[in-house]
Ligand binder design. Structure first.
Ligand code: MG
Length: 295
């Protein structure tokens, strides 16, 4: 998840009455990332897209395997170690282990983001043992043969999920699908943001637009930033060969996060639970191409 540099170009008057949901919906109509005005989004050739397929498949397959292993009694460190082992076997390179952006306290130091329950994003693995009913997001990005793929999924550990967790995950997945469906040549970047935001808001969730999707290529976070809400028909034109990480994430009853004392993990301010899903997607003239499809 990358910071999105969203600005509000057209401030609107404070509404007389407003639940936080109303406010979020109202402001969402005017969200536009500053960087969109001057961004040059790389387009990759058909040959390059072919070169990107192996890393996409590797990330998808590894996430599937991690999902199977995320059972009660397993620790977050064990999941991270399994991911690390697969990276070594594949001759890949972690995008996270040395990652040290301005918003991180220190280099990440692990290869997998593990966000449990009220942890929403950037969950730093620690010696926590998973329990029945935990809501776990796994976010994984690596470089293989010089190209990056980035993907995330959310699962409920062990037994039957609660209706509210099921709804949260389903909404994220529907928002992801809606966003992917807009990754078509001829559209605009704002179409992707709007599609994600529309699904999320229609289900009654408030959307955080501070962290969202991003371009993917030789490195993990490239232009453009793709906030998880925005205005359709706005922003740069989409062209075949652009590659994006599209990644809706939602918290049950808030859009605000704080940084945990580990310096990395972003948690919901009200303790509500969070889900996050992501795919790396190629814009095409027809059906968008999902590089990180799960095995
Ligand atoms: Mg990711």
């Amino acid at each position: 998840c990358a910071p999105t540099d969203v600005v509000c170009l057209s401030p609107v008057a404070e509404p007389h009455i407003g639940t936080s949901h109303y406010l979020a919906t109202h402001w969402a109509q005017h969200l536009y990332p500053l960087s969109w005005s001057h961004t040059m989004i790389p387009r990759h050739s058909a040959k390059t897209i072919e070169e990107m397929r192996p890393v996409g498949s590797f990330v998808g397959a590894t996430l599937s395997e991690l999902q199977q292993h995320a059972t009660p009694g397993v620790t977050l460190l064990e999941l991270d170690e399994l991911a690390h082992q697969r990276i070594r076997e594949a001759g890949a390179e972690s995008c996270y282990i040395d990652y040290h952006p301005s918003f991180g306290a220190s280099p990440f130091g692990k290869v997998l983001c593990t966000s449990v329950n009220d942890a929403a994003l950037h969950g730093l693995p620690y010696d926590y043992t998973l329990k029945d009913g935990d809501l776990l997001s796994l976010d994984f990005a690596v470089t293989l043969n010089g190209w990056v793929a980035d993907s995330a999924l959310t699962l409920v550990v062990g037994g039957t999920p609660t209706p509210s967790d099921t709804r949260l995950i389903d909404t994220c997945e529907k928002a992801l699908h809606a966003g992917i469906q807009k990754a078509r040549a001829g559209g605009r970047l704002g179409d992707i943001s709007h599609a994600i935001g529309e699904v999320s808001r229609a289900a009654g969730y408030v959307v955080n637009t501070d962290f969202g999707g991003h371009g993917v290529g030789r490195t993990m976070h490239e232009d453009p930033s793709i906030p998880n809400d925005g205005e359709a028909g706005q922003g740069p034109k989409l062209k075949a060969g652009m590659v994006f990480a599209i990644e809706p994430w939602l918290m049950e009853t808030t859009a605000e996060v704080y940084t945990d004392s580990d310096g990395w993990t972003l948690k919901s301010v009200d303790g509500s639970r969070s889900a996050h899903v992501e795919h790396t997607v190629v814009v095409t003239e027809g059906e968008p191409l999902v590089l990180t499809k799960r095995a």
